[in-house]
Design a protein around this ligand. Structure first.
Ligand code: NAD
Length: 431
């Protein structure tokens, strides 16, 4: 799409928004019903929004306060206007439709730019969405870097971006030129602490399905690395090996239950991480790869040097390093010496450790005795903090993400206080 076409499209959307098309509850509900008809997986998010919509849209009455007496005060949830959603490839359907649902529920006009790395899903959106929703207010623009760059030139009322922190910085810099607010759903290294008193078998099953069951590690909230004590590590590794053999068999590259790596660039990025001898000698399970099929087996590594890329950057694949510490409490300090993760996990029966973890580990979200499932509760906000992101969504938080909370105070003409007006004489001050 050429730059002029992008400008014309945004102009059309702004015209529709200004004409008030997207504001009525009926319009919002009709679009959400269109999406429910179109999908099955993300239906829950849409029906949740449909159920909440009228209530969410109601102004919030708040106490008026004595200083403005007599008056009424309310917070009005105002649509932001014309918003841009840029999504990532790893869950290309859900990560596109989920924020779009929030943007529509909040009464905005939306442009969705799906990821070019998942071209089939991107094409599907471009074909399907106009058949189910009002295409004068909701549009899909396909493409990669040039198209996204052209979109970012425009003035938007909000940009919602899912992807890596590096591109997040580009998005935020482009948004800053127009003072456009952003929500950045980024990634990072999600730690999973495993205490020796955890139910190890259950913990390893949950850890394994959260790591390798979710797109073979290509998930933003998949555990990136495990922390445990030096003394407990051998038992943990044995248990994890047993679970992995049961889940994916003796030859995991043949398993139908393991996703392939998305493309050859990512395949090479991941295999490079473990090819270095310093790293490959730390593999305690897995390590097999098949470039033709873009498959990498679940791979567990023990005590990898901390100054390696594997331990410095988000892995986003099927490699799982295990870091060891002297005491389990040291794992909190270890996490806190690094950037704030999108999710942090802890397996323990120790209530005191659970409390310490919740109070002292800053993370986008956290889960005790499981992984990834916090994302499935629409009453919890989903988003990062610090390097893992800005803003949050899901459930009502998606509506709020795309809404301006407008302060409205309504007064009558009574309640005049003469001290308010000049001249500010000594006599008036005495009143
Ligand atoms: P990606 O390569 O699909 O990029 C994301 C989007 O950015 C795409 O739409 C792409 O077209 C656009 N883009 C890429 N380069 C650009 C550039 N130079 N200028 C403008 N736009 C550009 O996805 P990715 O970044 O590889 O996604 C993986 C990352 O996303 C991981 O870090 C992962 O943790 C994170 N992620 C976060 C969440 C979350 O909800 N927080 C969900 C999924 C993925």
């Amino acid at each position: 799409m050429a730059e002029e076409e992008v400008a014309a499209m945004v102009g059309e959307l702004r015209g529709s928004f200004r004409a008030g098309r997207t504001r009525a509850a009926e319009w919002r509900a009709a679009q959400l019903r269109g999406i429910v008809r179109m999908i099955s997986l993300a239906k829950a998010a849409c029906t949740f929004a449909l159920k909440g919509l009228k209530n969410w849209m109601k102004p919030d009455k708040v106490p008026a306060g004595i200083t403005t007496f007599p008056s009424t005060a309310q917070i009005v949830s105002e649509p932001l206007g014309v918003v841009l959603v840029i999504s990532a490839w790893n869950y290309p359907f859900l990560l596109s439709i989920d924020p779009v649902i929030g943007a529509i529920a909040a009464g905005n006009a939306v442009v969705l730019k799906p990821s070019e790395i998942a071209p089939a899903t991107s094409a599907l959106f471009a074909k399907l969405l106009p058949e189910y929703v009002d295409s004068s207010c909701i549009k899909v623009v396909e493409g990669g870097v040039p198209e996204t760059t052209a979109l970012l030139e425009q003035k938007w009322d909000k940009i919602f971006y899912t992807g890596s922190g590096n591109v997040g910085r580009i998005v935020m810099a482009a948004a800053a030129k127009h003072l456009t607010p952003v929500a950045l759903e980024l990634g990072g290294k999600c730690p999973a602490i495993v205490d020796s008193n955890a139910d190890l078998h259950v913990a390893m099953k949950r850890l394994a399905v959260g790591k390798w069951g979710c797109n073979n590690g290509q998930a933003c909230i998949a555990p990136d690395y495990v922390i445990t004590t030096k003394s407990f590590a051998p038992e943990l590794v044995d248990s994890l090996k047993r679970v992995l053999k049961r889940f994916y068999g003796e030859d995991p590259l043949q398993s139908e239950d393991l996703s392939r790596i998305v493309n050859s660039n990512h395949f090479r990025r991941l295999t490079n991480l473990i090819e270095d001898k310093k790293i490959s000698q730390k593999i305690v399970y897995g390590g097999q790869t098949d470039e033709k099929k873009l498959k990498i087996a679940p791979t567990v590594l023990l005590d990898v040097p901390l100054d390696t890329t594997l331990m410095a950057e988000e892995i986003f694949g099927p490699l799982l390093p295990i870091v060891t510490v002297d005491k389990i409490e040291d794992s909190i300090e270890f996490i806190n010496s690094r950037t704030k993760p999108l999710a942090a996990y802890l397996f323990t029966k120790d209530k005191k450790l659970q409390e310490e973890f919740v109070s002292n580990v800053p993370a986008g979200g956290m889960l005790v005795n499981d992984v990834a499932l916090h994302l499935a509760n629409p009453h919890l906000p989903f988003g990062g903090v610090g390097d893992s992101g800005i803003g949050s969504y899901h459930g009502k938080f998606s509506f709020d993400c795309f809404t301006h909370k407008k302060a409205v105070l309504i007064r009558g003409f009574g309640g005049e206080a003469t001290a308010r007006y000049p001249p500010y004489t000594i006599e008036k001050q005495k009143i």
